[in-house]
Ligand binder design. Sequence first.
Ligand code: UT7
Length: 330
Amino acid sequence: MTKLKAVITGVHGYLPEYRLTNEELSTMVDTSDEWIMQRIGIKERRILKEKGKATSDMGAEAVKGLLKKTGTNPEDIDLIIVSTVTPDMLFPSTANLITHKAGLKNAWGFDLLAACSGFLFGLETANRFVTSGQYKKVILVGADMMSTITDYSDRTICPLFGDAASAVLLEPTKDENIGILDHSLFVDGSGGEHLNLKAGGSLNPASHETVDKKWHYTHQDGKAVFKVAVSYMADVSVDVMKRNNLSPEDNLWLVPHQANMRIIEAVARRMGLAKEKVMVNIQKYGNTTAATIPLCLWEWEDQLKKGDDLILTAFGGGYTWGAIYLKWAY
Ligand code: UT7
């Protein structure tokens, strides 16, 4: 009997309009377009500026666009998973809020927290629901409003992040030439000290002290994270490539997390991939955490063909990292 697989049947993103350029950042902190382009590779990032709007609003826009584009009735969605580190609030979950805003009347759902690897962890989770045979239409959203946890007075962190959301629809298939085929996902809690957001949880609930110490902002030891990000992302991507007998000569695409252009280039080099086969949009959007990988899929979907091999890879806070191998469906 042919095995049931999960396949991405549509993707749609949402980008806030406001563009925060390197020039504007240079008026806020002691930095320059030259430094940011050389060391990170980002030109501008999008910021959600509308008062009263949050992660669920970006996610709901992405979901509504996805439903329209795929001709899907909102009431046919069984489950929604929202990967985010910037939920609107601790509860209700952002998934709850999106079901309401996008009219997903018959879906249940939950938020998933795996920082920059959120989309990968969410994809494997959604894969399990779909391949159980009990879920026919699952939506996975990667959405983050990183501007709300970024300290715009710290030049070591503020150039890195942007806001965005992107959603994919997953459905079951028996077609042997498409679908999610392999994964390798990891966590290492000892990495938490180098990349974290300390306050607002049960350990350090919000207080005057946590605000004074800037513990509600992302903290990162960039150098420490850089080193492991390169080696872990490259190792896991090469592993998945070898395990599935993929070679750079095949129609193989790399969809890497977009944290630093130098990291992306190093991973692509280790895999032996040509520049043209690596999805890169970091210069336009920066690091949008869980939204990054599905934003790339959205931007490149017109260039992809049925049966193309894709390796999705990410590294992020936690630490969390991994790679997923899939064959594109359309
Ligand atoms: O997405 C989750 C995973 N995160 C990552 O993968 C990020 C990994 N880390 C990185 O991408 C890089 O480490 C950063 C982009 C964060 C930093 O780049 P770096 O080349 O590692 O710079 P650095 O932290 O070693 O800093 C070098 C110098 C320092 O000055 P001194 O001490 O040498 O005088 C910094 O103060 O560059 C300075 N610097 C800046 N200068 C101008 C740091 N940020 C800036 C800036 N503009 N924005």
